[in-house]
Design a protein around this ligand. Structure first.
Ligand SMILES: [Zn+2]
Ligand SMILES: [Zn+2]
Ligand SMILES: [Zn+2]
Length: 546
C-alpha cells in the first residue's frame, strides 16, 4: 500500500512538496526568495481542515499581523461564501469577527497570542461550520514582501471520483434538499437531468460543497507571492457544459448583452422607438426589455446571430429561457410574444433576416407553453426565495417596504440579465420603483416572504398539515381588504401564522397537552418572545374568516 501523501506546491518556487516536508522546504526557500527580513521573526503557520486534513495552507505572518488579517486570508482563500461570522479560539479565549456591533476582538497581533509550537482553531459560520486547526510550525527572519501575510504553500487540488463513472470529477452539485453534495465529471453531468446552472467547479477548500461555496481566485490571489495569476489558482472549466455554467456568471452576461447591442443594438433602438409611437412609453419599455432578453439568450445559449435564427431554437428559447425571466408586469405573458413577432417582422423589413413568418409561426405555437411557464407558481416561489435570501445576506431591512422592494426590483432585473449600469435599464427600473407599474407589488413580495419563512419552519414536519394550514391563513390575510400583511414585522407575521397553524393542527394546546417545546421552538426559530407571538396570534385570529 502506498502511504497517503498530501501533495502540494511551494508557491514561492513552484516545486511540488508534501505536507510533511513543507516546513523544511519553506524555510530554505524563504532564504533564497530575496524577500526582506524583519527586526522580529515572522511566524510560519500551518492551517488545515479539522475534518479533512487533505486541505492545508502554510502562511508566513509578519510579527505585527493581526488576527483580523489572518481571518481575511482564510476567508479569501478558503471559506468566504456569505459573510458569516468567524471566530478564533486561542488558549480558551474566543476572538470573534465583527458583526454589526464592532468589537474589534480580532484587532490583536497574532504574535501577542501565539508562538512556535502553539496550536489554535478557527470556525467560520456558526450554522454550517467549517472548522480549521492552526499551528505555528516555525519562524523565519524573512517577512512577506507586500502585505503582513503571505501564503507560501498549499495542497494541490484533490482528485474526487465522479459519482456515476468513478472518473475524475470536475464539478460539484450542491442540492440544498440533500445532505451530501454530488460530484460529476463533465460528461456525466451532461447526462444527468440536473440543472448545470447549479454546478460549480470542485473547490480546493475544506468548505467545498457547503453553503454553495465557490472559490474566489481573485480574492485568493492577493495573498499569493507575486507572479501568480487567478487562472493558475482556479483552472478554467472544460467541457460542453461550460457555456451553461458561464452563462450564470454576471460578467459573461454583461459581455453577452454587449455582443447583442453591438450587432443589433441600433435595430432594437429603432424597434423600441416605433413601439413607443404605436403603444406608448410603458409598453415600449417592456417590449424593448423582452426583445433584448430574448436576443441575449439566442446569442449565448443558442449561439445564433439573428441572420441564422431557426424555428426550433426560437421556440425553445421562448418556452425554456425567456419564460424564466423573473421581471414582468401582469400583462407580460400576453404581450411578450406579439412584441417579439413585431420585432421579427421589422428585422425582416430591414434585411436582418429572411424567415420572419416561419419564426413567428414557431413563437405563436410556443406561446401557450410560454404563458404557462411564466405564470407557474413554482417559478415565482423559487424567485421570491432567492430574493429573500439575497436580501438577508446583503443586510437589507426586509421590514422596510420601500427599501426591500427597491432591492427586489433590482435583484429581479439582475436575474433577468439586465445590465444595471445601463442608463436605459436604470430609467426603466426607477420608473418601476417609483410607482408606474412595479414588476411585483409590495404586498405580493411581503406575502411571499412571510410564507417562505413559514415553509422553512414547517420543513421539520413529516406531513403537510401545518404547512397547508399556513398557506390557507397566509392566503386569507393576503385577500383581506385591510391588507394587514403590508404592516408590521414580517418575521413576526410568519411566527404568528406558524403558531396559529400549529394550534389549529392540535400540536399546541392552550392549558395542558400539546407540545410546549413546539411553542418554544417557534419563538426561538423566529426570534420572538412567546408573549409577542401570542399577541400577534390574537390579532391575526380576528382577521381570519370564521
Ligand atoms: Zn519553494
Ligand atoms: Zn454561506
Ligand atoms: Zn463521470
Amino acid at each position: 500500500m502506498t502511504p497517503k501523501v498530501s501533495s502540494g506546491t511551494c508557491l514561492i518556487c513552484r516545486t511540488p512538496i508534501t505536507k510533511r516536508k513543507a516546513l523544511k522546504h519553506g524555510i530554505e526557500c524563504l532564504q533564497t526568495a530575496g524577500w526582506p527580513t524583519g527586526k522580529k521573526p515572522s511566524l510560519i503557520i500551518m492551517i488545515q481542515g479539522q475534518r479533512s486534513k487533505k486541505y492545508w495552507l502554510i502562511v508566513l505572518a509578519r510579527h505585527d499581523a493581526l488576527l483580523a488579517d489572518l481571518d481575511k486570508l482564510i476567508r479569501d482563500v478558503w471559506v468566504e461564501c456569505c459573510e458569516h461570522l468567524s471566530s478564533f479560539r486561542i488558549g480558551g479565549a474566543m476572538y470573534d469577527s465583527d458583526d454589526e456591533y464592532s468589537t474589534d476582538a480580532m484587532a490583536v497581533p497574532l504574535a501577542d497570542l501565539v508562538s512556535p509550537g502553539s496550536t489554535f482553531s478557527y470556525d467560520y459560520d456558526f450554522g454550517s461550520t467549517t472548522s480549521l486547526d492552526l499551528k505555528v510550525i516555525g519562524e523565519s527572519p524573512v517577512t512577506p514582501p507586500d502585505a503582513c501575510l503571505c501564503l507560501i504553500a498549499r495542497n494541490d487540488r484533490p482528485t474526487i471520483p465522479c459519482d456515476i463513472c468513478g472518473g475524475k470529477a470536475g464539478f460539484i452539485l450542491d442540492d440544498p434538499d440533500e445532505e451530501n453534495a454530488h460530484y460529476y465529471c463533465s460528461k456525466c453531468l451532461e447526462s444527468t437531468e440536473l440543472d448545470p446552472e447549479y454546478a460549480d467547479i470542485i473547490s480546493n477548500s475544506p468548505r467545498d460543497g457547503i453553503c454553495g461555496y465557490v472559490e474566489d481566485p481573485i480574492a485568493a490571489l492577493s495573498w499569493y507571492p507575486s507572479g501568480w495569476s487567478a487562472d493558475e489558482i482556479v483552472p478554467e472549466i472544460s467541457g460542453d457544459i461550460q457555456e451553461d455554467i458561464i452563462f450564470s456568471d454576471e460578467m459573461e452576461m454583461d459581455n453577452a448583452i454587449a455582443a447583442v447591442i453591438q450587432d443589433i443594438g441600433p435595430d432594437i433602438d429603432a424597434f423600441v422607438e416605433a413601439e413607443r409611437e404605436a403603444y406608448g412609453e410603458e409598453d415600449a419599455g417592456m417590449a424593448g426589455m423582452s426583445v433584448l432578453a430574448f436576443c441575449t439568450f439566442m446569442y449565448t445559449l443558442y449561439k445564433r446571430e439573428i441572420g441564422v435564427w431557426d424555428a426550433t431554437s426560437v421556440q425553445n428559447c421562448l418556452v425554456e429561457n425567456l419564460s424564466q425571466n423573473p421581471i414582468y408586469p401582469d400583462d407580460w405573458a400576453e404581450n411578450a410574444v406579439p412584441a417579439l413577432c413585431r420585432f421579427l417582422t421589422r428585422m425582416e423589413a430591414s434585411g436582418r433576416l429572411t424567415n420572419a413568418s416561419e419564426l413567428i409561426a414557431a413563437l405563436k405555437e410556443g406561446e401557450p407553453d410560454f404563458q404557462e411557464e411564466v405564470t407557474s407558481p413554482e417559478k415565482s416561489k423559487a424567485i421570491f426565495r432567492h430574493i429573500l435570501m439575497e436580501a438577508e445576506e446583503m443586510g437589507v431591512n426586509t421590514n422596510d417596504l420601500d427599501e426591500f422592494s427597491t432591492f427586489a426590483v433590482k435583484e429581479l432585473a439582475t436575474l433577468a440579465g439586465f445590465d444595471l449600469e445601463n442608463e436605459e435599464v436604470q430609467d426603466e427600473l426607477i420608473r418601476q420603483i417609483e410607482g408606474g407599474q412595479p414588476a411585483v407589488s409590495g404586498d405580493e413580495l411581503r406575502t411571499a416572504m412571510i410564507f417562505i419563512r413559514c415553509e422553512d419552519f414547517c420543513s421539520r414536519f413529516d406531513d403537510e398539515t401545518v404547512l397547508d394550514r399556513c398557506k390557507k391563513i397566509t392566503g386569507d390575510l393576503f385577500d383581506h381588504p385591510a391588507t394587514p400583511l403590508l404592516r408590521g414585522d414580517v418575521i413576526l407575521w410568519s411566527a404568528a401564522i406558524v403558531y396559529t397553524a400549529c394550534r389549529d393542527a392540535g400540536l399546541i394546546r392552550p392549558g395542558k397537552g400539546g407540545s410546549p417545546r413546539l411553542a418554544e421552538e417557534i419563538g426561538l426559530f423566529f426570534g420572538f418572545e412567546r408573549s409577542s407571538i401570542r399577541n400577534k396570534v390574537a390579532a391575526l385570529r380576528k382577521l381570519l374568516p370564521d
